[in-house]
Design a protein around this ligand. Structure first.
Ligand code: PGA
Length: 254
């Protein structure tokens, strides 16, 4: 477990202003658990409101457009989400790859735009069930990560977090074993060492995501090279999400 675990809630397409009370409750509790870095990625429409409501936790976006501005109806640029208060952006989530046909190359372009806007990246990768069953998960994920990263990244230690999210584990209640997660995270770490050198790579946190909840968090967070969690469904209420944050805090103590 990394020195300061990073627990990020991805609200996906959930939340109206009524949900700001959850963000406030998460923020208050996080103020008493400083050994865990806590963040939320609400939908675009709530970024500014969450940013204004919270003091301690990080606020980020779930996507951004690769371009600076222009005739792109319905799209939101990196500078816009940064202006709304986002300090990081989740890129390459499998739901965007699946529902919007996002390629690795597009994810890399978005990453460049996000960095230019001064935000950190949470770059998501993960294999389908067929790929895992075929024994090709690690080869697929490392290739996907390499192709989704910007060509140059000045200070990965400050700007990059990787999230390993097996597609078949997202929202399904199923997770890989602790050994499988550890093996994948070690493969990702080895790629990062190759790309950025040992010193920078050691400081990039690799999150696990996919059906993390308060009950399984302790085990999943104990897997090799896991530096935190990217949480979907269980981040929608303060009660569920804080159960995971408490589990992360416990791993720092032990
Ligand atoms: P889940 O989603 O926790 O609901 O499985 C995780 C994610 O997609 O980031």
């Amino acid at each position: 477990m990394a020195e300061r675990p990073y627990i990020v809630g991805n609200w996906k397409m959930n939340g109206t202003r009524a949900m700001l009370a959850q963000a406030r409750a998460i923020d208050r509790a996080a103020q008493n658990m400083m050994k865990v870095e806590v963040a939320l990625a609400p939908p675009f429409t709530l970024i500014h409101a969450v940013h204004r409501e919270v003091e301690q936790i990080g606020v980020g976006a779930q996507d951004c457009h690769p371009g600076p501005d222009g005739a792109n109806t319905g799209d939101v640029s990196a500078a816009m989400v940064a202006d709304a208060g986002a300090k990081f952006v989740i890129l390459g989530h499998s739901e965007r790859r699946r529902d919007h046909g996002e390629s690795n190359a597009l994810v890399a372009q978005k990453a460049v735009a996000a960095l230019q806007a001064g935000m950190r990246l949470i770059l998501c990768v993960g294999e389908t069930e067929e790929t895992r069953d075929a024994g090709k998960a690690e080869a697929f994920v490392t290739r996907q990560l390499k192709a989704s990263l910007p060509e140059t990244l000045e200070s990965p230690a400050d700007s990059l977090t990787v999230a390993y999210e097996p597609v078949w584990a997202i929202g399904t209640g199923r997770t890989p074993t602790v050994e499988e997660i550890g093996a994948m995270h070690c493969a990702i770490r080895a790629l990062l060492v190759d790309l950025y050198g040992a010193e920078q790579a050691a400081q990039v946190r690799i999150l696990y995501g996919g059906s993390v909840n308060a009950e399984n968090a302790r085990d999943l967070l104990a897997a090799d090279e896991v530096g935190g969690a990217l949480v979907g469904g269980a981040s929608l209420t303060a009660e569920n999400f804080l159960g995971i944050v408490v589990a992360a805090a416990d791993t720092v103590d032990s």
